[in-house]
Design a binder for this molecule. Structure first.
Ligand SMILES: CC(C)(COP(=O)(O)OP(=O)(O)OC[C@H]1O[C@@H](n2cnc3c(N)ncnc32)[C@H](O)[C@@H]1OP(=O)(O)O)[C@@H](O)C(=O)NCCC(=O)NCCS
Length: 179
């Protein structure tokens, strides 16, 4: 199936929120409560939040565009130094950008779309001047961890992530860019 990877615009905010509502639950540990997931979506992944991300010069959102208005996935890059002390002390390649989100619609898992998105995202981070790219991934999300390892990331540390009332533990993974 053909698709293009492009930078998202303000017009994509509503479609990004719809895609996030489908894909965010897939990244949560099996025991996550529906209430916590819904609260996280409302607090960080609504159309309003995507509008704010899209207006932020330190943020780049790339989308997998299937044509005809359909989006199959998205990544969100943050080109700012990591504030979390656990992350900052774990990173080895600086300056580093954060791959804050990387989500593909489940109908398109295992088909290479995620690899295309990752390749484009790595290219953007490198072009913006980053030497490294880091991400946090839930320690139980074995599928995503496998995907990130295939994409050249390795585990360099851990950090905590709050999902509603629960504190989840994320692996911090890092990949060197270029050279
Ligand atoms: C993470 C994601 C972008 C990867 O895209 P994808 O198309 O599924 O990736 P791929 O199929 O190339 O790679 C997944 C790998 O995990 C493996 N895998 C699948 N299910 C698995 C499981 N339950 N346990 C371990 N490995 C698993 C696959 O076999 C594949 O590895 P292989 O190529 O060596 O066989 C996509 O799965 C996704 O959007 N998931 C939901 C959201 C998410 O978790 N995002 C990451 C948040 S940090």
């Amino acid at each position: 199936m053909t698709h293009t990877i492009r930078k998202a615009t303000a017009d994509d905010a509503g479609r990004l929120a719809e895609l996030a509502a489908v894909t965010f639950p897939l990244a949560c540990p099996p025991g996550s409560s529906p209430e916590d997931i819904a609260a996280h979506l409302a607090d960080t992944l609504s159309e309003r939040h995507f509008r704010t991300y899209l207006a932020d010069p330190g943020v780049t959102i790339l989308v997998i565009d299937a044509g005809g208005g359909g989006l199959r996935g998205y990544s969100l890059l943050v080109n700012r130094p990591a504030l979390d002390p656990d992350v900052a002390s774990a990173l080895t390649a600086l300056p580093s950008a954060e791959l804050s989100k990387c989500y593909v619609h489940p109908d398109h898992h295992g088909l290479g779309a995620a690899a295309d998105l990752m390749q484009a995202t790595i290219g953007h981070a490198a072009a913006a001047g980053a030497t490294g790219l880091w991400l946090g991934v839930n320690s139980q999300n074995t599928k995503a961890i496998r995907f990130y390892e295939k994409s050249g990331f390795r585990k360099v540390g851990t950090k905590s992530f709050r999902l509603g009332s629960a504190v989840e533990h994320d692996f911090v993974m890092e990949r060197r860019l270029g050279g």
